[in-house]
Design a protein around this ligand. Structure first.
Ligand SMILES: Cc1cc2nc3c(=O)[nH]c(=O)nc-3n(C[C@H](O)[C@H](O)[C@H](O)COP(=O)(O)O)c2cc1C
Length: 147
């Protein structure tokens, strides 16, 4: 099954994290498509897995690179019952709206009937010393059960 990595970043941290995961998945033989600025018309909505790596910005808002995509998804409301997904929510726990964008994405995808295949990972950039290793371990924890 093809994996599409959808990146929500404003200042680049989450893109760096997502690139590490792309490298790992590719080296394990998966076909991975990397969307650094997801374009609604070009991201397949069925028979694939979306790995969403989404930072929260503003006051609990989607990071710039993914905001237009999520807004279109919200207004278009496609049926995503043939789509699998997993989410990494990146944020900073000094904000009241910690990782809110990741939570909102999760709610929206569930509302659209997409199948969530793993517990979301939240990464707290205030405290996390090695986000890439944490994400890599999370990825391996569910990927190994599924292959
Ligand atoms: C202006 C600004 C607003 C932010 N707002 C939030 C927020 O509401 N909730 C949160 O969890 N993190 C918030 N953050 C923290 C970012 O999510 C964190 O710095 C993250 O590493 C940014 O990822 P990026 O470099 O991929 O954009 C904010 C950061 C900035 C600079």
């Amino acid at each position: 099954m093809n994996i599409h990595i959808l990146v929500g970043t404003t200042s680049g941290n989450t893109e760096y994290l997502a690139e590490q995961l792309q490298g790992e998945l590719s080296s394990q033989g998966h076909t991975v498509v990397f969307h650094d600025q997801p374009d609604y018309a070009n991201v397949p909505q069925s028979d694939c897995l979306w790995l969403l790596c989404i930072a929260t910005h503003g006051a609990g808002e989607y990071a710039d690179s993914i905001a237009p995509f999520m807004e279109t998804l919200q207004s278009d409301k496609p049926n995503l019952s043939a789509l699998k997904f997993a989410i990494i929510a990146v944020g900073d726990s000094s904000y009241d709206t910690f990782c809110q964008a990741g939570r909102d994405a999760e709610s929206l995808l569930l509302e659209l009937s997409a199948q969530q295949i793993a517990e979301p990972l939240t990464i707290d950039m205030l405290l996390e010393l090695d986000p890439e290793s944490t994400a890599s371990e999370w990825l391996e924890s569910w990927r190994s059960q599924r292959s």
